[in-house]
Structures are given as C-alpha cells and as structure tokens.
Design a protein around this ligand. Sequence first.
Ligand code: GAR
Length: 214
Amino acid sequence: MLNIAVLVSGGGTNLQALIDAQATGQIQNGAISLVISSRTDAFALERAKKAGIPTRVLLRKGFAEQADYDAALLALLKEFQIQLVVLAGFMTIISETVIRQYENQIINVHPALIPSFCGPGFYGLHVHEAALEKGVKVSGATVHFVNEVCDGGPIILQKAVEVLPDDTPETLQRRIMEQAEWKLLPRAVELFCAGKIVVENGRTRIWERTERTW
Ligand code: GAR
C-alpha cells in the first residue's frame, strides 16, 4: 500500500474523484495520506477534512527563498512517508530539487491533450480559452509524470473530449473534467500504485490495458 499526497490549490474536484475512487475500491493499492494546499481558502481542504485526511497549507510566499520552501515541502512528504505525489490543480511550480527527489513519482493532471495547450501560462480556464480561441473540435485531458519541463514529462493516460459549437471556457472545462479528468486521474493513480507503469526512454508503457473502464 503506497502513501499518496495530493497537492491542491482550488475546488478540489479531482481530489474528490480520488477520495471517491478509494472509497469504492477503484484505488486499492494506495491511500491518500496527506493533502497539501497552496492556499488557505481552497475548498479542497474541506473535502479532505470531510474524508478524514490530514491537511497542511504551504504558502510559497511564506518562504523568502525557494530552497526553504522546497525543504519544507520535502520534510512534509518525508514525515508522511509519501511515495506518490499527485498534482490535482496545484498552481505552485514544483522545483527541480523536489522533482529530482521524486523522479517519476509525481503525476499531474492537465486539462488538454498535451502537447496542445500546455506549458507556462496554460492552467485552469486559460487552457480552455486557448482551445476555443483556436477552434479545435476535440480537446481532452492528460495525466503525465512531472519532470523539469513544464507539462513535458512522460504521458501516462489521455482521453479526448468533444468541443461543442456553443461552448464557453466554463462548459468545456466541466465536460473535460466529467468525461476525462475524474476518470483518468484515479485510473493512473491505481496503475502507479499497482506498479503497472514503466517509464522507458521518456515514454510510459502501461501493463494490463485490458481493464479499461473509460
Ligand atoms: C483541473 O481542471 C486541472 O486539470 C487543472 O486545474 C483544475 C483544478 O480543478 N490543472 C491545471 O490547469 C494544471 N496545469 P479542481 O481543483 O476542481 O481539481
């Protein structure tokens, strides 16, 4: 059983999907042991408390130096013996220091089909605004490992979602969450915890694809 930390900044619907997946047994080989928020007012904190999961708030601006922030984050991950870090709408950049310590043990959910609409500045609603501006007919979500390149780590799972003619950034965001993010993220977490993801030459290989549930 792996200890999982989920890092959040906002509403926490992806965190909720993970909590629900643990409750229903879709996630069997890991346990959410800690939720870290980059904001004191993130609703995700309420979701964690309701589920009885320990929470911590870590503000980047609370530390003068990046190195001090990194040390505090790493100390928390060590204290809770974390083996998998999940970025679920976490809006603070994870530094190379932390990435190196948790190589191929940090996963992120991104609300587009990487390599489209990703990289610096592409987060939250901005991603969907850019997709609508471009006029793409499909978008989707990607779960990937985090490396030193923003949204550039090995891709684990992706799912396409239709863009409709009258979509707003909000309606597209919601459809991508419902049809892709909330399904892909728990699935990727369970695959990781069950040891079924292998990284080779910057790409992943997933074992047991026959169990697809999306
Ligand atoms: C999600 O759509 C997630 O993919 C996105 O922020 C939202 C968080 O929602 N993450 C990024 O844009 C990261 N680049 P949530 O707090 O309800 O899970």
